[in-house]
Design a protein around this ligand. Structure first.
Ligand code: MN
Length: 237
């Protein structure tokens, strides 16, 4: 049985609790990283999992700082944009034309950065490398002659990308091709589905490889997660 006195006490406690939680000035001071709909996904392996091809320090800075910054700035760009902020990052990158003009460049750069890196971490694994199997291997052979032909074209795209950007293996209308994009652009904006990508921004390799981008590209072939790439090749979306 609840007495009136208990009820009053309970109400007073509820009000007290609410008033503690309420001040907007406090919540506005929360760290930027925690605010907004987009979150930094955990790296799917330890920082040192890709050693010696990619060193632990590079992976830590690349994931915890660079990728985090894209997420933070994407959240800032979409703050107060209700419906837009509820879309998936893939839908945002696919339909950049739907982003209001004053926000589009920030979303293109930071949304692209978030999407590209989220995929990139999954495109590598400890003990990866080798060659793909099954339907993906047959598609690569049809398009590039053989795996060596693919590796040569992909490496060429990575080396020819001037400044910061990405090299990609994409699927477009069931045809494979190798393309590159500047900055954090993703071929999805042009309707192409990325299967494999390599970050050729200097932040991705400079600590270990300095100016030797070719060595970094060659090392990448030892850690490619072909199972992940094949899953993307086989999926219908
Ligand atoms: Mn990067």
């Amino acid at each position: 049985m609840i007495t009136r006195r208990d009820a009053v006490k309970k109400t007073a406690l509820t009000v007290a609790a609410a008033s503690v939680a309420l001040p907007a000035t406090l919540s506005a001071q929360a760290p930027a990283a925690a605010a907004g709909p987009f979150k930094l996904p955990a790296l799917p392996y330890a920082f040192d999992a890709l050693e010696p091809h990619l060193d632990a320090k590079t992976m830590e800075i690349h994931h915890d700082r660079h990728h985090q910054t894209y997420v933070t700035n994407l959240n800032k760009a979409l703050a107060g944009q209700g419906a837009l902020a509820e879309k998936s990052i893939e839908e945002i990158v696919r339909h950049l034309e739907d982003i209001p003009g004053n926000l589009r460049l920030a979303v293109r750069n930071n949304g692209g950065g978030h999407y590209n890196h989220t995929l990139f971490w999954q495109m590598m694994k400890n003990g990866g490398g080798g060659e793909p199997k099954g339907g993906l291997a047959r598609a690569i052979d049809r398009r590039f002659g053989n795996f060596a032909g693919f590796k040569e074209e992909f490496t060429g795209a990575a080396l020819k990308t001037f400044g910061s950007g990405w090299a990609w293996l994409v699927k477009d209308q069931n045809e494979l091709s190798v393309v590159s994009t500047p900055n954090q652009d993703n071929p999805l904006t042009q309707g192409q589905k990325v299967l494999l990508g390599l970050d050729v921004w200097e932040h991705a390799y400079y600590l270990k490889y300095q100016n030797k981008r070719a060595d970094y590209v060659n090392a990448f072939f030892n850690i490619i997660n072909w199972d992940f790439v094949a899953e993307r090749f086989e999926s219908k979306d």
